[in-house]
Write a protein that binds this ligand. Structure first.
Ligand code: C2E
Ligand code: MG
Ligand code: MG
Ligand code: MG
Length: 288
């Protein structure tokens, strides 16, 4: 019955929708199945203290390998997942997977997880974070949630209440993509952030472009004044890193410092040498 109904609905949409809308609908459907089909995985990108080069943590970034399309960028599928609401399930998978993974690491590095606006405004969000922390055994202080300004503006009082709830668990929150949204300055004051992540677009050519340098210096001054460490995203060259070091930017992330990679690439730090889960390749054992 439901199937026949679905078919009619589909025909109706076929006729009335443009090709682009139809593609999105197909992708929504595929995203709903992708978790069960094991098509998502996480890669991790190093975050390093700039003055020492010491590793402080990783940002978890989702990857989707579609059986036919191949790798689909999160920039393409996250907006579709947000519009259709399936980001709630995907976001829970990311959170649970990243926390379970981080709990296995031999060093107490932090794990940063991106949270979309739709997740943040879901009434169950802070409860879910609590559940995931309990289930994984991860120390709450090792989890950092990355939230963009655009995620705050939809319903500021609710966003503030949710941030307070997760902070009360001992979880930290970082403002992601700082500088690309709007009313940045009042948001920094109104919300209990622990860190500012300057968007990569301001780091590109920071060492050779005076205007960009002025903006980055201003953000660093802002962080200092507010007592918030600043992380520079998208550090791609030694020149950019040197500029940031000279300006006392605390933390860096970017291809120059390390590409997003499967966690096994960082086994010296994490002690993780094989992928977790049932589909891990069978490793030949030495000895016994
Ligand atoms: P973001 O949170 O700002 O993540 C940083 C993005 O910059 C990542 O792209 C990363 O691979 C890329 N990147 C890192 N270093 C460099 C660099 O030196 N140069 C350049 N050009 N890029 C660099 P990615 O993984 O494609 O993710 C894009 C966006 O998709 C993320 O931006 C985030 O907004 C979203 N996203 C990724 N994973 C998740 C997730 O698990 N949940 C949610 N809700 N969003 C996610
Ligand atoms: Mg991020
Ligand atoms: Mg960012
Ligand atoms: Mg971004």
């Amino acid at each position: 019955r439901a199937k026949a109904e679905g078919k009619d609905t589909y025909r109706y949409f076929e006729a009335s929708m443009g090709a682009e809308a139809r593609d999105r609908r197909v992708m929504e459907h595929e995203l709903r199945q992708a978790i069960a089909r094991n098509e998502f995985r996480l890669v991790y990108q190093p975050q390093k203290e700039i003055s020492s080069g010491r590793m402080v943590g990783f940002e978890a970034l989702i990857r989707w390998r579609h059986p036919q399309r191949g790798d689909v960028s999160p920039a393409t599928f996250i907006p579709v997942a947000e519009d259709s609401g399936v980001i709630i399930q995907i976001g829970e998978w990311v959170l649970a997977t990243a926390c379970a993974e981080a709990a296995r690491w031999k060093s107490p590095l932090t794990v940063a997880v991106n949270v979309s606006a739709v997740q943040l405004h879901n009434p169950n969000f802070s409860r879910k974070v609590h559940e995931v922390l309990l289930a994984s055994g991860l120390a709450p202080g090792r989890l950092e949630l990355e939230i963009t300004e655009t995620a705050l503006v939809k319903d500021m009082p609710r966003a503030l209440a949710t941030l307070r709830q997760v902070k009360a668990l001992g979880v930290r929150v970082a403002m992601d993509d700082f500088g690309t949204g709007y009313s940045s300055l009042s948001n920094l004051r109104a919300f209990p952030f622990d860190k500012i992540k300057i968007d990569g677009s301001f780091i590109k050519s920071v060492d050779s472009n005076g205007q960009v340098a002025a903006i980055v210096r201003a953000v660093l001054g802002l962080g200092r004044g507010l007592g918030l460490p600043v992380l520079a995203e998208g550090v791609e060259t030694l020149g950019e890193l040197k500029f940031l070091d000279a300006e006392a930017c605390e933390i860096g992330q970017g291809y120059y410092l390390g590409r997003p990679s499967p966690i096994e690439a960082f086994s010296e730090l994490t002690g993780v040498t094989a992928p977790a889960g049932d589909d891990a390749p069978i490793k030949p054992r030495s000895g016994s």
